[in-house]
Design a protein around this ligand. Structure first.
Ligand code: SF4
Length: 220
């Protein structure tokens, strides 16, 4: 019987070196973790809404008192808009963020009995919640495998040759195809720390990168 050659998908991600990357990044950024402080899925969700266009440090400063005052989704849902705006003002885009938090929590109360839903489709149906946020909540607060493609994960996945895509949803798919599922959440933390410390957006420090010899440095 004639053998047919398996055609390679044109934009198929490269799977080479992924476990070696994980090993080396783990050695370099053993302290990598979710940088936003939270103790419940709701707190992480609120912190992620506030983190848009804002540093994690600033969000952590704001949420320290916010989480003391607002204990559950009902508290946020019934918050006064202008009071909440003032409380989150320093994170920027405070009007929209306060509005999104109130709307999102109202939906959580009305549709999910006050509990943050655990399924990605339910989460992305909430105001102010996109796929990245949904996956970060699922991966970190619910401890289930998920890849949240934030700005660092997106940039590094492309530079390292794991995805040729621009769209975060497609990058997520490419990463899910090459990264072993048990490492999904950890891989994101490692890329985030690597992106902040070494593979910087404007000037990546390839000379001190632990993966310089295996990185295709795409677009660098
Ligand atoms: S070698 Fe350069 S481009 Fe590749 S991950 Fe390291 S810093 Fe980034």
């Amino acid at each position: 019987m004639k053998k047919t050659k398996k055609k390679k998908r044109k934009n198929a991600p490269r799977s080479t070196h992924v476990t070696e990357w994980i090993r080396r990044l783990e050695e370099t950024h053993g302290d990598a973790k979710q940088a936003l402080l939270y103790s419940t899925p709701l707190e992480l969700l609120i912190a992620l809404i506030l983190a848009a266009q804002c540093t994690d440090e600033r969000v952590n400063q704001v949420t320290r008192s916010l989480f003391e005052k607002y204990r559950d989704a009902e508290d946020y849902a019934s918050a006064d808009q202008s009071t909440l705006e003032e409380e989150v003002r320093s994170t920027g885009f405070y009007r929209n963020k306060a509005k999104a938090i109130r709307a999102c929590c109202r939906e959580i109360v009305e549709r999910f009995g006050g509990r943050v839903p655990e399924e990605v489709d339910d989460l992305v149906g909430l105001s102010g919640v996109g796929r990245k946020t949904a996956n970060i909540v699922i991966g970190n607060a619910f401890g289930r495998p998920a890849i949240g493609v934030d700005t660092h994960v997106k940039r590094l996945a492309r530079r390292m040759g794991f995805s040729k895509q621009n769209d975060p949803d497609r990058i997520e798919k490419d990463l899910c195809a090459v990264v072993p599922e048990k490492h999904w959440v950890r891989f994101c933390h490692l890329l985030q720390f690597h992106g902040r410390r070494i593979c910087l957006a404007r000037k990546p420090k390839c000379d001190i990168c632990p993966g310089a010899d295996i990185c295709p440095k795409i677009g660098v």
